[in-house]
Design a protein around this ligand. Structure first.
Ligand SMILES: [Zn+2]
Ligand SMILES: [Zn+2]
Length: 139
């Protein structure tokens, strides 16, 4: 649902977007469908008849931080795409209590348990590599 209001120099759009996107769980790396809803409202400034790349500098500067409409049509594809990108969580989880993968053996802890005992020492992969490098160096 999108409503569009046009005035002399502005196009106001508002509505809500509901979509299902494919995301990869940041803990267990499973692909899952992520439902999201977002409300939006935005104003586009009409810049009639002036392609922005050949616009006078003053106009280009003035509109640099605005969303503009230069043609006769307002294409929302890119706008919607940006909305979806913004709505995507930085580290999506397939479920709030996803147990993730074992840092020791890589087992999916949602489906199985493993016998690694990693509680005492959290292993940082970067440190581990560093250690390997150091011990591999001939003294
Ligand atoms: Zn997960
Ligand atoms: Zn394990």
């Amino acid at each position: 649902m999108v409503s569009v209001i046009c005035s002399a120099d502005k196009v106001l759009i508002s509505g809500n977007l509901e979509a299902s996107i494919e995301a990869i769980c940041s803990r267990c790396l499973e692909t899952f469908h992520h439902q999201f809803k977002t409300d939006f409202s935005d104003a586009f400034t009409l810049v009639k008849g002036v392609p922005l790349d050949s616009a006078p500098e003053s106009l280009a500067a003035e509109t640099a931080n605005m969303q503009t409409v230069t043609g006769d049509y307002l294409y929302l594809d890119e706008y919607i795409r940006q909305l979806i990108i913004l709505a995507q969580e930085y580290s999506p989880l397939c479920k709030p209590d996803c147990k993730g993968l074992c840092a020791g053996c890589g087992a999916d802890l949602n489906q199985s348990t493993c016998s690694c005992d990693l509680d005492e020492e959290e292993v940082d992969i970067r440190l581990l590599k560093l250690k390997e490098l150091k011990s591999g160096r001939k003294v």
